[in-house]
Design a protein around this ligand. Structure first.
Ligand code: HEC
Length: 231
């Protein structure tokens, strides 16, 4: 594989081990989440005015988990409970970096602890409504639409509704909602490398950084700026 497993493993342990300290959870102030989810300034100090507003670690996004940030991406306490407890929720799946949070830590929390953390993070905000799927995107991205139909729709269904016990719904999944596309790009890199190495005569896998360092720095407009075409 392209990544350096030793380095990543060390980092994962460092990020995750505090969750294992069961007695701490009673008075948990989410400090451990903030280790990953708070942006750093150039001196690598956490920015105090940006607490829990998201960060990039090893080319994965640690997302904004303030109540406002979560609500914007249609997370509610119930979804967070499912995500932290079993790694699967309508809004997202623990893959890549976050899977290790589940396997090393949150799966050892009691349901009561998970409910408390989820309620704390969302502060009881009501369930937000997912955005309406934009059918206009089909004409705007004909190639992408065809790739989706060929590669993905078998499981996620043509309109993205997903299938019970088979795949998640694209509509409530938050991967596509982030202004920064790092998560999606990272997942697609596995396919890119497979194609290049299997049939393109490339010996080495491209590191995800080869693509993501561009995406990280790109000025990604907000939906309002880009949304000229309507539905
Ligand atoms: C064989 C069935 C299958 C196919 C084909 C498939 N998926 Fe999935 N997908 C799943 C399942 C199951 C999950 C949830 C569990 C998991 O990640 O393992 C999932 C999860 C996802 C997620 C959510 C990840 C997250 O972080 O929350 C996205 C986004 C996604 N798929 C996109 C795609 C795209 C794009 C394609 C086509 C290139 C595709 N899938 C093809 C079964 C499939």
């Amino acid at each position: 594989m392209a990544q350096n497993p030793v380095e990543r493993q060390n980092r994962a342990t460092e990020l995750i081990c505090p969750f294992n300290l069961r007695p701490l959870l009673a008075s948990w102030n989410l400090g451990h989440c903030s280790e990953s989810h708070t942006p750093r300034n150039l001196a690598y100090a956490r920015k105090v005015d940006a607490h829990l507003q998201g960060n990039v670690i090893e080319d994965a996004l640690a997302h904004d988990i303030t109540p406002a940030g979560l609500a914007q991406r249609v997370w509610n306490a119930d979804g967070l409970e499912q995500f932290l407890g079993r790694g699967l929720s309508p809004q997202g799946v623990m893959t890549f970096m976050t899977f290790r949070v589940l396997s090393h830590s949150t799966k050892y929390m009691t349901p009561e602890d998970i409910a408390a953390v989820s309620a704390d993070l969302t502060q009881g905000a009501p369930a937000p409504t997912p955005p309406e799927p934009r059918t206009g995107a089909i004409a705007q991205n004909a190639d992408g639409h065809n790739l989706y139909l060929c590669l993905c729709a078998g499981c996620h269904v043509a309109d993205g509704e997903g299938q019970l016990y088979g795949s998640v719904s694209m509509r409530s999944n938050t991967s596509a909602m982030f202004d920064n596309p790092l998560d999606l790009v990272g997942e697609l890199m596995a396919l890119v490398n497979y194609l290049r190495q299997r049939w393109g005569d490339h010996k080495q896998a491209l590191p995800v950084e080869a693509v993501t360092h561009r995406a990280k720095e790109a000025q990604i407009g907000t939906d309002d700026e880009n949304d000229n075409e309507g539905q």
